[in-house]
Design a protein around this ligand. Structure first.
Ligand SMILES: Cc1ncc(COP(=O)(O)O)c(C=O)c1O
Length: 368
């Protein structure tokens, strides 16, 4: 198979044994075996999150479903959406599409969301009862200081729900949500968990569950209360889950827990290696001090065509990511998340430089 090794920020490369786990013969989702599988996944996720507090809910859908659902389940009045890239913008659109009133706070692409920005918005809008922040803006490679924002939320705005998209952060940086003042933190599994797309993991605070109980129309599919009730009853889900994904999650969590904190150290080491390469050969794009540990967004100051570079890399069965949206060709992204090892990143960086040298002017953009 002519598989190109993925260095894109999702989906990530999935190890063969995990792909194999997905091919486990199916079991009924109302069976005792499923209850055992679901129980194992929840218990392993409790270890992963370092707490038995709060609620772990596992959903058969991509992250967008829970981004939408988190707001529907916890926001009764108005939601403040902090926007610093494509996915935080998308979150605001998903919320608006549900008829929930929003306040938008835009910061320049490449910049982080900071506690003082959240304070400014919440002080000016006392009717806001939920906020959304993306931990790791995959489109710009920016990691916002969620622990600092969470500490402020806990202290100064305890009644405002703090909703966090950790889609490209979770399993790449250590997240212990019970200590962070977060109410909902969610992540699809196709990024730093290194599983195929199709499942979203969320941790939901007891406070958020209590709030959800007061909301009449939470949605039919993504209903925190119904999901939790079914889980408490017999460790199942109200509707049919992707059992194949649950087999894969069960297996991958063993791997992740065995790796322990070394997983987060590995992600940081990979990020530092790529940042060093960027400083030597390109220009950083992201606000200093807020660079992501899972994906690096790189300014294309060498003026080559990223599409052509990627096509040439494809001949070596490698693929990186162009800039996202309006950053296309102005930037490119290298993902260093999931189960990626240093030797793979070293190989990729060498391949990029070798390719640029080999093809020379052929990689220049076409004249308009
Ligand atoms: C930070 C972030 N949030 C949300 C999403 C949306 O996820 P999905 O398309 O899987 O629903 C993505 C996808 O790349 C993302 O990177």
């Amino acid at each position: 198979m002519n598989h190109k090794r993925l260095f894109i920020p999702g989906p990530s490369e999935v190890r063969p044994e995990i792909l194999q786990a997905m091919a486990t013969p199916q079991i009924g989702h109302r069976s005792k075996e499923y209850t055992n599988l679901h129980t194992r996944c929840v218990e392993k996720l409790q270890t992963f999150f370092g707490t038995k507090e709060g609620n772990i809910l596992i959903w058969t859908c991509s992250s967008s479903g829970i981004m939408e659902g988190a707001a529907r389940n916890t926001c009764a009045k108005k939601c403040a959406c902090f926007i610093n890239g494509a996915f935080s913008k998308r979150w605001s659109q998903l919320i608006e599409a549900n008829g929930i009133e929003i306040v938008k706070y835009n910061v320049d692409m490449g910049k982080a969301i900071k506690p003082e920005m959240v304070k400014e918005v919440l002080d000016a809008n006392p009717d806001v009862d939920a906020i959304t922040v993306v931990w790791n803006e995959t489109s710009t490679g920016v990691m916002s200081p969620i622990p600092e924002i969470g500490a402020m939320m806990q202290k100064d705005y305890p009644n405002v729900m703090f909703l966090v998209d950790a889609v490209s952060a979770m399993a790449g940086i250590k997240i212990e949500p019970a200590n962070l003042g977060i109410d909902v933190v969610l992540a699809g599994v196709q990024k730093a968990f290194a599983l195929p797309a199709g499942l979203t993991i969320s941790w939901v605070s007891d406070k958020a569950i209590k709030k959800a109980e007061t909301i009449k129309f939470r949605g039919g599919y993504i209903d925190f209360i119904a999901q939790l009730a079914r889980q408490k009853k017999n460790m199942q889900t109200p509707s049919t889950p992707s059992v194949a994904h649950m087999f894969a999650l069960d297996k991958q969590l063993d791997f992740i827990l065995a790796e322990g904190d070394a997983r987060y150290e590995r992600h940081l080491a990979l990020a530092k290696r790529v940042r060093k390469y960027v400083e030597e050969k390109w220009e950083p794009y992201t606000e200093k001090g807020f660079e992501s540990n899972t994906v690096t967004n790189i300014a294309n100051n060498r003026g080559i065509s990223i599409a052509k570079l990627n096509a040439a890399l494809g001949k070596e069965y490698l693929v990186i990511s162009n800039g996202y949206g309006e950053l296309k060709e102005k930037c490119f992204r290298i993902a260093h998340m999931g189960d990626t090892q240093m030797w793979e990143i070293e190989g990729l960086l060498q391949a990029i430089e070798r390719t640029i040298e080999k093809y020379g002017d052929e990689l220049l953009p076409d004249k308009k």
